[in-house]
Write a protein of this length. Sequence first.
Length: 438
Amino acid sequence: MNYVDPLKKKFAEKSEQLRTELRATLKEKGNTKIDEVSFAQVVGGMRGVKSMIWETSQLDPVEGIRFRGYSIPELRELLPKRGDDKEPLPEGLFWLMMVGELPTDEQAKWLSDQWVQRVNLPEHIIKVIEALPIDTHPMTQFSAAIMSMQQSSVFARRYNEGMSKSEYWDATYEDSMNLIARLPRVAAYIYRRIYFKGEHIAPDFSLDWGGNFAHMLGIKGDDFKSLMRLYLTIHADHEGGNASAHTTHLVGSTLSDPYLAFSAAMNALAGPLHGLANQEVIKWIYKMCDALGTSNPSKEQIADYVNTTLAAGLVIPGYGHAVLRQPDPRFVAQKKFAEEYISDSDVINVVWRVYEVVPDILKSLGKVKNPWPNVDAHSGALLVHYGLNQFSFYTVLFGVSRALGVLSSLCWSRALGLPLERPKSVTTEWLLAQVKDQ
């Protein structure tokens, strides 16, 4: 490309500065102890072990996620917006994650235009989707479509041509920009194929990335476009230890290109313990309403149902988080959106009553570390209100958003020259011997 890319230029400057500092510190203080690992962490999925670099976000147990130091309330206020819309543009968050600076309105608009220029889908991608049975799970179709894009990978081509290590990040950036640009169109194609008999909606290139996605899904109204901008922003990243983020990092550390790494991440996101939680929450709410015989249950009715659920040894979906010890700021952001636009919705009001009831019940058990709602406790109800009630598609929405965080982080991993990830494993015999006499 013969034009000047301001985001790439700024990223090159910042990443080179940090890479130089990291290498110098590694040489001088490489043996300095940073953390200790417990028996429980080895057995329990390496929970909380500080063992990777993730530049784009950091999760605080109390304050929640911060993107480059900014909280979600701050981002809703400070990131560029489209016209009179009150919700931030995901383009602005991507710029922030890439270079650590809030973009101007002009820079966010430039990024929107860039993604429009890169959105063209080669015909073979559509053929891959159409070759799958119509009842194939949306996430399987999404992952397969991403894999099919790998044929045009800039990184794979340049690596085979012998590019130097110093150029790895550049090729990764180009692939990431192309992939992010295409994802809403691919996701919308899958949605309309499965649920609307292939009646597809042409993109509107006058819209921004999130607004155009909402348009291609076929759900009308400016407030749904606003919801998509918010949704795509707050689901974008959640530091590097969650399964989809870590998968991107792990596969990317082998120098697989962004298409292979991100497809693998989507396979991780599709797991019931990761990305399926949002659809489980709304299913649980409908199941509760059916059992109670009302779409507008009282707090007392909800409390009885929650206690019955817990007594049966089941969990309350949407409550609890591996790290957070306060209400998830992403839940709060969605609640504020609902208060602004749809406070009269029955399903929204049920979500709010559940929020008033569940934390106290969970706290009374005395063994729940985090009784507060996470992001999934609200997102499904918002989507249902606007008519997007195809639960199995929810994780695809999550995946489109998650691309922003994991691919910007992959660019940083390549720019910093991070190595192949290869933790040391141990046998249970060795592990038990370490604590036998303690």
